[in-house]
Write a protein that binds this ligand. Structure first.
Ligand SMILES: Nc1ncnc2c1ncn2[C@@H]1O[C@H](COP(=O)(O)OP(=O)(O)OP(=O)(O)O)[C@@H](O)[C@H]1O
Length: 248
C-alpha cells in the first residue's frame, strides 16, 4: 500500500507559510494516582495549502493532539505556534477568551458528526458562524451571504443552500460542515475522522473535498484518520503510537 511520506520535523515549511508549528508538545491526563501521557514530545508543522494526516491506533493520542491544535487543551509543555492575522500566537500561553476567539476567526473544525443545527438551512449554518462575533452591519450581512453561497457552491451544494439540515444526507451535512469551517477564512482546518459516519462512497467525496479545499483556499489541513487510503491522499503523514511519533 502506498503511504504519504511520514512527516519529518525538519521538513516543516518556511515561517512565512507555516500555519501551525508544534514543538515538543506534551499532554497528560490524570489517571488514578498518576497521569497518562496522551501526547509525548510531538513536533510537526503544516504549511498553508498543505495537508497532514495524523494516524495511529485507538488511544494513540490523535484526538488529543488535535485538541491542542484546536486550542481546546493547552499543552502541558512545549509550544504550538499558530500563524494568525496578528502574527504568530503560542497556543500554550493564550487565555481561554483568546482561545475562543481564535477558534472563531483562525481555526475551522470539522468533527466526526457534522454538529449542525437541524432546523437551520445550509446557508443559515454558515451565516450563524460568521455572526458569532456579534450582529454585523447590513453591508457585512450581504457579504456573508455571498461568501456562504460561494462556499456552498464550491462544496457542490449550491442548489441546496436553502434546504434545512434535517433534509440533507450524511455526506451533504459533512460538506456543509466543511463550508461552515471555512466561512471565517481560517488559516488552519482541523478534521477529526470526518468520514467515519459515512459510507465509503460519500466518505471519498468528502475526503477529496477536504484536501482540495485546503489547497484552493490556502488553508493548512490537519486530518485525524484511521484509514490508510485517506491518509495517502494527504501531503504528509504522522503516525502516533502511545502518543509519540513513529515511522508509518
Ligand atoms: N479526558 C481524558 N481523561 C483521561 N484520559 C484521557 C482523556 N482523553 C483521552 N485520554 C486518554 O489519552 C490517550 C489518548 O487518547 P486520544 O483520544 O487522544 O486517542 P485517539 O488516538 O484519538 O483514540 P481514538 O482513535 O480511539 O479516538 C488514551 O489513553 C485515552 O484513554
Amino acid at each position: 500500500m502506498s503511504h504519504a511520506p511520514v512527516l519529518d520535523a525538519s521538513a516543516v515549511g518556511t515561517p512565512a507559510t507555516t500555519a501551525l508549528r508544534m514543538d515538543d508538545v506534551v499532554l497528560t491526563y490524570p489517571d488514578g494516582d498518576g497521569r497518562i501521557t496522551a501526547v509525548d514530545h510531538v513536533s510537526c508543522g503544516i504549511d498553508r495549502g498543505r495537508s497532514l494526516a495524523v494516524t495511529g491506533p485507538s488511544g494513540s493520542g490523535k484526538s488529543s493532539l488535535l485538541a491542542v491544535a484546536a486550542t481546546l487543551t493547552p499543552p502541558e509543555s512545549g509550544h504550538a505556534w499558530l500563524a494568525t492575522r496578528d502574527g504568530e500566537v503560542d497556543l500554550a500561553a493564550v487565555s481561554a477568551r483568546r482561545a475562543a476567539e481564535l477558534r472563531r476567526t483562525e481555526i475551522g473544525i470539522v468533527f466526526q458528526q457534522s454538529n449542525l443545527v437541524e432546523s437551520l438551512t445550509a446557508r443559515e449554518q454558515l451565516q450563524a458562524m460568521a455572526w458569532l462575533g456579534g450582529r454585523p452591519s447590513r453591508a457585512r450581512r450581504a457579504q456573508v451571504r455571498e461568501r456562504a453561497d460561494e462556499l456552498l457552491d464550491r462544496v457542490g451544494l449550491g442548489s441546496l443552500a436553502g434546504r434545512t439540515v434535517g433534509a440533507l444526507s450524511g455526506g451533504q451535512r459533512q460538506r456543509v460542515a466543511i463550508a461552515r469551517a471555512l466561512v471565517n477564512r481560517p488559516s488552519l482546518l482541523l478534521a477529526d475522522e470526518p468520514t467515519s459516519a459515512l459510507d465509503s462512497e460519500s466518505g471519498a467525496v468528502v475526503m477529496d473535498l477536504l484536501v482540495r479545499t485546503a489547497q484552493e483556499f490556502d488553508v493548512a489541513l490537519m486530518l485525524v484518520t484511521h484509514d490508510d487510503t485517506v491518509a495517502a491522499r494527504c501531503d504528509a503523514r504522522m503516525h502516533l503510537v502511545d502518543g509519540a511519533v513513529r515511522s508509518g
